[in-house]
Write a protein that binds this ligand. Structure first.
Ligand code: 11C
Length: 335
């Protein structure tokens, strides 16, 4: 399969190449695409050198699938050009997620919504992806009424400039700031810009995307999203109220049997999920499972995953794998 990676030089793009390689996605030819300043440079994939090209040149080469991680405005402008040429686009940005004509997909949750007619498929926000992978099996079993989530998000979610800011501050080196405040030895209760209701865009993504992916608008979600000075992955404290009674050991079993979930919950041996352990892994790790003793049918848990892998690159590649397995790539002409 000919695969274009648009935004191949960024943090997520680089991870995308790593994941395509590791998962042995059947790439017969790679077409790396990046902004003007990188065109002509070479990147290595599976021991072969590939020249970075422009989006126009990539379309001319007729890839089967294009995986975008180049930001919202690039996606808005370029994804339709690929789709109009009959190329299936899997887009990592927020540009198409809430468009009612586009599918928003986490394969463990709702891959079955995909058809050959879907030419632009949206990959959800990282903090949403890891949460819904754990919520879905619980929703199927106990029906979720309400979710209260607080996040502890890695600087890698912002990109390479934020990683540089953290390490420059740690090493006492001057440099550009992407956050409005110092991030090292600090916690910033703001991710992305504020919206009119006082929530940030990241918080609204978690609220709205969760309902769309789970296919259930009745699930109430409220979120507080926070940047912390870590690498490795995002962590989430999640309080879940169910419509039905649950048994804690059965919850452990339901999660342990759920696709993509690993339960790490052994407090006697101080075992719980942490970003350092989740780093460079594809799974969603769940632990600190305990009853909320203040109200009925309510569970507290702690969810950790590598935001660049399951939160971005791995999820996008899993969508491509699903499409390929069902023969849904290159089956129909553009929408
Ligand atoms: C963060 N979740 O950690 C963001 C990054 O909508 O895909 C991903 C933004 C997005 O800052």
């Amino acid at each position: 399969m000919k695969v274009a990676v648009v935004g191949a030089t960024g943090l997520v793009g680089t991870k995308m190449l790593q994941v395509l390689d590791e998962r042995n996605f059947p790439v017969t030819e790679l077409i790396p695409v990046a902004s003007a300043k990188s065109i002509g440079k070479e990147i290595t994939f599976k021991g072969k050198q590939y020249k970075i090209v422009s989006a126009e040149d990539a379309i001319k080469q007729k890839p089967d699938v294009a995986i975008f991680s180049a930001g919202g405005s690039t996606s808005l402008e370029q994804a339709p050009l690929f789709a109009d040429a009959g190329i299936t686009v899997i887009d990592n940005s927020s540009a198409w997620r809430m468009d009612p004509t586009k599918k928003l997909v986490v394969p463990e949750v709702n891959a079955d919504v995909l058809t050959a007619e879907d030419k632009i498929i949206a990959n959800p926000n990282c903090s949403t992806i890891q949460m819904v992978v754990a919520l879905k099996p619980l929703h199927d079993r106990y029906k979720i009424k309400r979710v209260v989530v607080s996040t502890y998000q890695s600087v890698t979610g912002t990109g390479v400039k934020a990683v540089d800011q953290l390490f420059n501050e740690r090493n006492g080196v001057d440099g550009p700031k992407v956050y409005p405040y110092t991030i090292d030895l600090n916690v910033i209760p703001q991710i992305d810009v504020f919206t009119e209701n006082g929530y940030t865009k990241e918080e609204m993504k978690m609220i709205l995307e969760t309902k769309k992916i789970m296919g259930d608008d009745s699930i109430a979600v409220t979120a507080t999203t926070v940047r912390i000075p870590v690498m490795g992955g995002h962590s989430e404290s999640v309080n879940i109220e169910f419509a039905h009674e649950y048994d804690l050991s059965e919850v452990r079993e339901v999660l342990a049997n759920a696709p993509g979930v690993v339960v790490v919950d052994d407090i006697a041996n101080l075992k719980y999920p942490m970003p350092l352990d989740a780093h460079d892994k594809d799974e969603v790790f769940v632990g600190r499972l305990r009853r909320d003793e203040t109200q009925p049918n309510t569970l507290n848990c702690w969810i950790v995953s590598d935001n660049l892998r399951k939160g971005a690159a791995t999820n996008a590649v899993q969508i491509a794998e699903y499409l390929a397995s069902k023969n849904l790539i290159g089956q129909s002409v553009a929408v």
